[in-house]
Ligand binder design. Structure first.
Ligand SMILES: C[S@@+](CC[C@H](N)C(=O)[O-])C[C@H]1O[C@@H](n2cnc3c(N)ncnc32)[C@H](O)[C@@H]1O
Length: 291
């Protein structure tokens, strides 16, 4: 599967304008021939054929250029559902990384919501911004360069967020900044971390900041294979033949996608029912080795 921008011409490395021809395993595709073709159509290639699919966040996650590790659709579905994001929501995300999750967040908050996404890596911010522009997401997604551990999310988003999502090495350091970003009525928090030690520190910071409903899950998909099998039963009577039966059998798929990360969710209650001064300094300070 390939993500292709359908423009008839491109520039080659010498700066000459040439026909946009995309090479696939099944032969060359003259990209201009796709203009006017309906999504779902099958098109011929010199050594086979291809389907033209309408882009969506799930397909983008499978084809995007990786600048970082990314979050995949099974985790993304849980994140969007558990953060209770809906059209009109104001969502804060850090880090932006390769923008895999951002695309799903953007689709969910459309048409009148906002995704503010932050990354401290200048080049990743620039590339992500270009992609959001190209994909028509600029009305709902704003990406900024910022070290959220050191600087928080900034005064312009303070008191505005319905949901905060973190995919960072030190999420516990950002918990007090997340508290400042939530609306007075509170909201939902999620952090994605590959290591259980990160989860422990984040949960500790969340407890210190008076979050409740703190829960951590690992999203593992276990496929069950259902198949019809022919079973033969030997006859005890030497004069009669063995019998065969068709049985519907089930079994676990012997291979399974493995660990991606832990998802820690929590709820921040409304401001009138919490005491934010209780955030533990020890819980939030940086003491681990970055490596
Ligand atoms: C694993 S990637 C995020 C991937 C993203 N969730 C996706 O699905 O494409 C983590 C990102 O966090 C950024 N990052 C790490 N520490 C940060 C900090 N203190 N402030 C802002 N961004 C940070 C990194 O530059 C990196 O791009």
């Amino acid at each position: 599967m390939h993500a292709i921008k359908v423009v008839p011409n491109i520039q080659n490395k010498h700066g000459d304008v040439i026909d946009n021809v995309f090479q696939t395993t099944y032969g060359a595709l003259k990209v201009a021939s796709l203009i006017g073709v309906k999504y779902g159509s099958k098109v011929g290639l010199s050594k086979g054929w291809a389907f033209i699919l309408q882009p969506n966040p799930e397909l983008w996650t499978l084809t995007l250029p990786h600048r970082t590790q990314i979050i995949y659709t099974p985790d993304i579905s849980n994140i969007v559902f558990q953060l209770e994001i809906h059209p009109g929501s104001f969502v804060i995300e850090s880090g932006t990384g390769s923008g895999s999750l951002t695309h799903a967040l953007a689709r969910r908050v459309q048409p009148n919501g906002t995704v503010k996404t932050f990354d401290f890596h200048e080049q990743r911010v620039q590339v992500a911004k270009q992609e959001f522009d190209d994909h028509g997401l600029s009305p709902v997604v704003q990406v900024s360069r910022r070290d959220v551990c050191q600087e928080g999310f900034g005064p312009e988003v303070e008191g505005k967020a319905d949901a905060v999502f973190l995919d960072l090495p030190h999420p516990w350091m950002v918990v007090p900044h997340a508290v400042a970003a939530f609306k007075p009525q509170g909201g939902r928090f999620c952090s994605f971390s590959p290591c259980i030690e990160q989860v422990q520190r984040t949960c500790s910071a969340l407890r210190g900041a008076r979050f409740f409903e703190i829960s951590t899950i690992e999203c593992l998909q276990r496929e069950i294979l259902v198949a019809s099998r022919t079973v033969s039963v030997a006859s005890v009577d030497p004069d009669s033949k063995d019998e065969t039966f068709n049985l519907d059998c089930t079994n676990y798929n012997p291979t399974m996608p493995g660990h991606t990360g832990y998802l820690t969710f929590a709820t921040l209650p409304p401001v009138w029912s919490r005491n934010t001064s209780a955030v533990s300094e020890v819980d939030c300070e940086e003491t681990v080795d970055n490596s």
